[in-house]
Write a protein that binds this ligand. Structure first.
Ligand code: NAP
Ligand code: ZN
Length: 361
């Protein structure tokens, strides 16, 4: 028998059926669905998912806004749960441990980026938690809107039981995506930093940057979020629709962290940077935006991007948040409310992360 077929048959036998929520097409709502999870291999950890955050990337993917969605797709990459079984080779975890899984579940482990703890930039392509090809290219990953997941131990994070777990789940994407660039670009006490967009990523950016001592300005198009921004730790709040306020902020920030999910004009923000200032893009609008050469030339400014964070840094971020009592502001929903949560997120009505209680699956 051909080895590939043999492997497929073996895999079929080693599968467990679990409950999930999936999108069957870009224009279809998510609905209950049954998926297969592999039996834990020697290096695997099986996790019963307790909570899964709802990231805007889930919406981009479920609706095929970035292209390349493979249906049925099960989104979800802000996973917290309990270990239910481990393979014989697992040393990092034991049954009953509280753990997390973020945006990717595998990578080649031998390229220079993987060796530098930057698995998110794996030169051979990491395997994202959902809608990605497994490293052996035999299946497409399915994410955390499900009752269980099986993940290689290296990609599983330790989660402190000190913090409420539903509020910890969003740290696995929104937390690390904002923590990593703050650390990489060395944001420190006294730096003037603007966060653009107060949603899931934005609210974590404000909390984390403020905890590092930065003077945070919230740049939002939503007047109703001013009080919340202050409570999250922003010293100033400016409406991006107020042209006079935008002009008055010219050349005033060391950093801008842009978390906006929809197309917007980066040129309007670049001029707000001081000389040598850095604008960091983490929001991922599906459409491209042209930028002018002048704001870069005139102030030696930079426009850069950042993708989540490596496993080592994600653990560091989780430990930092446990130590500093930093969690996400969440609205816990049942699995059946997922489509409504997508609509509310798109309408900017999220305060500031929806998290699915998996017990409701
Ligand atoms: P979210 O909760 O929906 O927040 C996005 C915020 O952007 C909104 O609350 C809103 O804030 C602002 N916004 C939305 N539409 C806008 C528009 N048309 N013009 C101006 N502002 C607008 O989304 P999220 O979960 O934080 O994700 C944000 C983006 O980051 C998504 O594109 C997601 O895919 C991406 N992402 C990237 C990474 C990475 O590694 N780089 C990781 C995770 C997510 P205001 O109301 O305050 O203006
Ligand atoms: Zn995400």
């Amino acid at each position: 028998m051909c080895p590939f077929l043999k492997q497929q048959i073996k895999q079929k036998h080693d599968m467990t059926l679990v409950k999930a929520y999936a999108a069957q097409a870009a224009d279809k709502p998510l609905a209950p669905f049954t998926i297969e999870r592999r039996q834990p291999g020697s290096d695997d950890v099986e996790i019963k998912i307790l909570y899964c955050g709802v990231c805007h990337s889930d919406i981009h993917t479920a609706r095929n806004e970035w292209g390349g969605t493979i249906y049925p797709t099960v989104p979800g990459h802000e996973i917290v749960g309990k270990v239910t079984s481990v393979g014989a080779g697992v040393s990092k975890f034991k049954v009953g441990d509280t753990v997390g899984v973020g945006c990717f579940v595998d990578s080649c482990m031998h390229c220079s980026n993987c060796e530098a703890d930057l698995e998110q930039y794996c030169e051979n392509g990491n395997t994202q938690t959902y809608n990605a090809l497994s490293q052996d290219k035999t299946y497409t990953t399915l994410g955390g809107y499900s009752s269980h997941i099986v993940v290689t131990q290296h990609f599983v994070l330790s989660v402190s039981d000190k913090l409420p777990l539903e509020k910890v789940a969003p740290l696995l994407c929104a937390g690390i995506t904002t923590y990593s660039p703050l650390r990489h670009w060395g944001v420190k006490a006294g730096d003037k930093l603007a966060v653009v967009g107060l949603g899931g990523l934005g609210h974590m950016a404000v909390k984390l940057a403020a905890s590092m001592g930065a003077e945070v300005t919230m740049l939002s198009r939503s007047p109703g979020k001013e009080k919340d921004a202050a409570a999250l730790g922003a010293k100033h709040f400016k409406l991006t629709t107020n042209k006079d306020a935008m002009v008055a902020m010219a050349s005033s920030f060391d950093f801008i962290l842009d978390t906006v999910s929809a197309q917007h004009d980066y040129n309007e923000y670049l001029g707000l940077l001081k000389t040598n200032g850095v604008m960091i893009i983490v929001g991922a609008p599906p459409q491209p935006t042209p930028v002018s050469a002048f704001p870069f030339i005139m102030g030696r400014r930079s426009l850069v991007g950042s993708l989540v964070g490596g496993i080592k840094e994600t653990q560091e971020m989780l430990d930092y948040c446990a130590e500093h009592n930093i969690t996400s502001d969440v609205e816990v929903i049942s699995a059946a409310q997922i489509n409504e949560a997508y609509e509310r997120t798109l309408a900017g009505d999220v305060h500031y992360r929806f998290v699915i209680d998996m017990a409701t699956l």
